[in-house]
Design a protein around this ligand. Structure first.
Ligand code: BES
Ligand code: MN
Ligand code: ZN
Length: 500
């Protein structure tokens, strides 16, 4: 689908479906919706609102024929909810609902109003356009690669070919163009991460992740195989990898800006391509979706791909320790003691707490890159899912300023990060009798004890940990997302990097 910007009046737009909006409770539409209403002989105000009881509730929709009164074939009236509750996130959500609706209407060409509503809500054009692009592309996502017979051939033939954002004011066109481009890059790469997570673990192996990383143009990429990982003395990561026939890969990608470098940051993603639990094997129900345990890695790859196109003045290191957690004869055992890259010793309490063990070495490596900040993303704990549900990621770290900035980027960019504490007292829970620490504690505050474990490997570097276990793989549709992978934190991190 192509997204274009048109400098014209909505009533001139020639398309299959023209999208206009209405706030809740408005009886007489103003602005662009008002113009369309007039052109249609007050069909919106005197019929749809008056007789059909259209309220303008968020995501409420009504389709009207135009009977040749304007070039558009149909008008789709969309409710934006209460004006005082309206925000940019709702533009994204409503845009996703719109693309699904126009697909069902079998539209090929769609024109839309820019939902920033200067008269009422007063948002700037660029972020509105960004959210239209993001919501539309995220809402249009489907993973049909492995369906040999198309379920609904009719619908499949009916991809929307173009979405045109129509704006009358020429002063806004450039901003709309810029916002749209940014949103397109972010959402297309977010969907790329969803594709990777949707791939089964027999396809998305550590070698496959390495291959994807190597194929990204415009970055440097180093892939370390088992022998080189041994040389780097990553005893923790290697132990987790031992139980699988798929050899581990350590991936280091670097984006270097062409001009001035404002900051150096490392993005680290958990890359367990399948988490069986290892010898502490999971129950079948808990194992079912564990191909998603490389969501952090998929996000990291997506972020690197997007960064090349967005060109921030920031040096970005993408780091992934990719392996599979399996219970083979060579597998690591409960009671084993491992030596991480920074020489700290780890007693294995539970082989299913494998993500933090691989991340220990990845975080040591990130610290050695002399970056200013490290941000890791990991489907780390079921405890985080229990605490926050599937709608939010847990955020914690050693630098409150960075945590606050990331929470603000999430809030503005269609995501939810909720801070969990890293009290020193939690360290008692991962004390080992015979090693520096153990890899798991009691069931209590599981997301925080995992965070405390990671903290042991970042030294003094500013660091934030995102536990994305909840939203990484949704059980049901939610806002702009269909069920399955949602690539949490990609939007927030890209917006954060662009804000530097
Ligand atoms: N990958 C899981 C965490 C997870 C659970 C992600 C559910 C997504 C949905 C992780 O490796 C794990 O197994 N964690 C254990 C830790 C425990 C053994 C201390 C958990 O949360 O049960
Ligand atoms: Mn596990
Ligand atoms: Zn895991």
């Amino acid at each position: 689908m192509e997204i274009k910007i048109i400098n014209d009046s909505l009533v001139n737009a020639s398309c299959d479906v023209l999208v206009v909006n209405l706030f809740e409770g408005v009886k007489t539409p103003i602005g662009a919706t008002g113009e369309v209403d007039k052109a249609l002989g007050n069909l919106i105000s005197s019929y749809v609102i008056e007789k059909e009881n259209f309220k303008g509730k968020l995501n409420e929709m009504y389709v009207l024929p135009t009977h040749g009164k304007i070039p558009a074939d149909k008008v789709l009236l969309v409710g934006l909810g209460k004006a005082e509750e309206f925000n940019l996130n709702k533009i994204s959500e409503v845009s996703a609902k719109i693309i699904k609706k126009v697909k069902a209407l079998k539209a090929k060409k769609v024109c839309t109003i820019l939902h920033c509503c200067p008269d009422v809500a007063g948002f700037e054009a660029a972020p509105c356009a960004q959210m239209i692009a993001e919501g539309t592309i995220i809402g249009n996502y489907e993973f049909k690669k492995y369906k040999s017979k198309k379920e609904d051939d009719d619908n499949n033939k009916n991809e929307v070919e173009s979405l045109e954002i129509v704006e009358f004011d020429d002063a806004k066109i450039e901003d709309i163009q810029k916002g749209t481009e940014k949103g397109q890059i972010i959402a297309e790469n977010l969907n790329f991460a969803r594709d990777l997570v949707n791939e089964p673990a027999c396809v998305a192996t550590p070698a496959k992740l390495a291959e994807v990383a190597s194929s990204i143009e415009g970055i440097e990429c180093k892939i370390f195989d088992r022998e080189e990982i041994e040389k780097m003395e990553m005893g923790a990561f290697l132990a987790v990898a031992r139980g699988s026939i798929h050899p581990p890969k350590f991936i280091h990608m670097i984006y270097r800006p062409s001009g001035e470098i404002k900051r150096k940051i490392a993005v680290v993603g958990k890359g367990i391509t399948f988490d069986s639990g290892g010898l502490d094997i999971k129950s079948s129900g808990s194992m079912r979706n564990m191909k998603d345990d490389m969501s952090g890695a998929a996000n990291t790859l997506a972020i690197m791909k997007a960064i090349v196109l967005l060109k921030p003045d920031v040096e970005v290191h993408g780091i992934i320790a990719a392996c599979e957690n399996m219970p083979d004869g060579e597998a690591y055992r409960p009671g084993d003691i491992l030596i991480a890259k920074n020489k700290k010793t780890i007693e294995i309490d539970n082989t299913d707490a494998e993500g933090r063990v691989t991340l220990a070495d990845a975080l040591c490596y990130a610290t050695e890159q002399k970056v200013d900040e490290i941000i890791d993303m990991a489907t780390l704990t079921g405890a985080c899912l229990v605490a926050l549900g599937q709608i939010a990621s847990g955020i914690m770290g050693n630098n409150q300023e960075l945590i606050d900035k990331l929470i603000a980027c999430a809030d503005k960019g269609g995501e939810k990060f909720w801070q969990l504490p890293l009290y020193d007292d939690y360290k008692d829970d991962i004390k080992s009798d015979i090693a520096d620490m153990k890899n798991a504690g009691s069931r209590y505050a599981g997301a925080s004890t995992a965070g405390m474990f990671l903290k042991e490997f970042v030294g003094d570097t500013k660091w934030v940990h995102l536990d994305i276990a909840g939203p990484a793989f949704m059980d049901k549709d939610y806002k702009e997302f269909s069920k399955g992978p949602t690539a949490p934190a990609v939007r927030a991190l890209l917006n954060y990097i662009l804000s530097i």
